[in-house]
Design a binder for this molecule. Structure first.
Ligand code: OAD
Length: 252
């Protein structure tokens, strides 16, 4: 690893870890934009991830998200999730911001995870927007493409919708504000497994870099980096992150 980078890691006081679908890829959760296997290569987001899609065909949309919830339910966090949880015990301050709607960071032991794009496990009402009070039961083996009737809101009787941010919707305001504030405050930002194309989340590494942080991308896909203070570590999250955490640990 680059000595300059190791020196920066050694002195990091506030590390912001910003994750995308790639961090869960090795748990068997498909990414969105990878060719062939990415969800948006196989499914039309306009038919699944918009309010219009849910209004048109709620059983198709609910069934698809239940299929995705089942994939998460049936898998485990991987070494990348675990390395991030370990890192929080090593550095003085760590903020974890994820674009992922799974709970694999939490299940690996990370606490206070900022979910910018919501959560598969926290549905809310399509009509009155309240979050469901009762937890969802374990997913009932929905096969891909199966139509499922959404549960009803206990408050108003409206249909529950997946608790994720859809195209054309605003991100949760508090989560976004916390993420931008952490980006301005951190001295190291690790951007793990994200294509970095979805706004406004995509601004987070740039905000950190402009504020003087060192930005490290961990991704098997080539990333353009600027000088100074921006690095690309080529590889899978589950391989690179444990090494990086070792670097943090051994330098303290
Ligand atoms: P993408 O599918 O756009 O990007 C996944 C990234 O992970 C790519 O850059 C891959 O090269 C990288 N990758 C794949 N396998 C990896 C591995 N084992 N280790 C490290 N990196 C790996 O997913 P996101 O950037 O998360 O939004 O997508 C952003 C948002 O777009 C998602 O949150 C979702 C989607 O529409 C909503 O649901 C609102």
């Amino acid at each position: 690893m680059d000595q300059g980078l190791l020196d920066v890691l050694q002195n990091a006081k506030h590390v912001l870890v910003f994750t995308g679908a790639g961090v869960s890829a090795e748990s068997g959760i498909p990414t969105f934009r990878d060719a062939l296997v990415g969800l948006w290569a196989r499914f039309d987001p306009a038919a699944l991830a918009t309010r219009e899609a849910f209004r048109r065909d709620p059983t198709f949309v609910w069934g698809w998200y239940e299929w995705r919830r089942m994939q998460v339910y049936n898998t485990q966090p991987n070494l990348a999730h675990q390395a991030i949880a370990e890192l929080s015990a090593i550095v003085p301050k760590l903020t974890l911001v994820t674009q992922n709607v799974d709970d694999l960071h939490e299940r690996a032991g990370s606490t206070e995870v900022i979910h910018l794009h919501g959560s598969l496990n926290k549905p809310r009402c399509f009509a009155c927007a309240r979050f469901a009070t009762d937890p969802l039961p374990p997913p009932d083996d929905p096969t891909e493409g199966r139509h499922l009737e959404p549960p009803r809101c206990s408050h108003c009787g409206g249909k529950l919708r997946p608790g994720v941010v859809w195209f054309g919707e605003n991100l949760p305001a508090q989560a976004l504000a916390q993420s931008f504030a952490a980006a301005k405050d951190c001295d190291v930002l690790l951007s793990v497994g994200t294509s970095g194309v979805v706004e406004p989340a995509a601004q987070i590494p740039d905000i950190a870099w402009r504020a003087g942080a060192t930005v490290v991308h961990i991704n098997p896909d080539a990333k353009c980096v600027r000088t100074p203070r921006e690095f690309w570590l080529d590889g899978r999250a589950s391989e690179v992150l444990p090494l990086l955490v070792q670097g943090f640990r051994s330098s303290r």
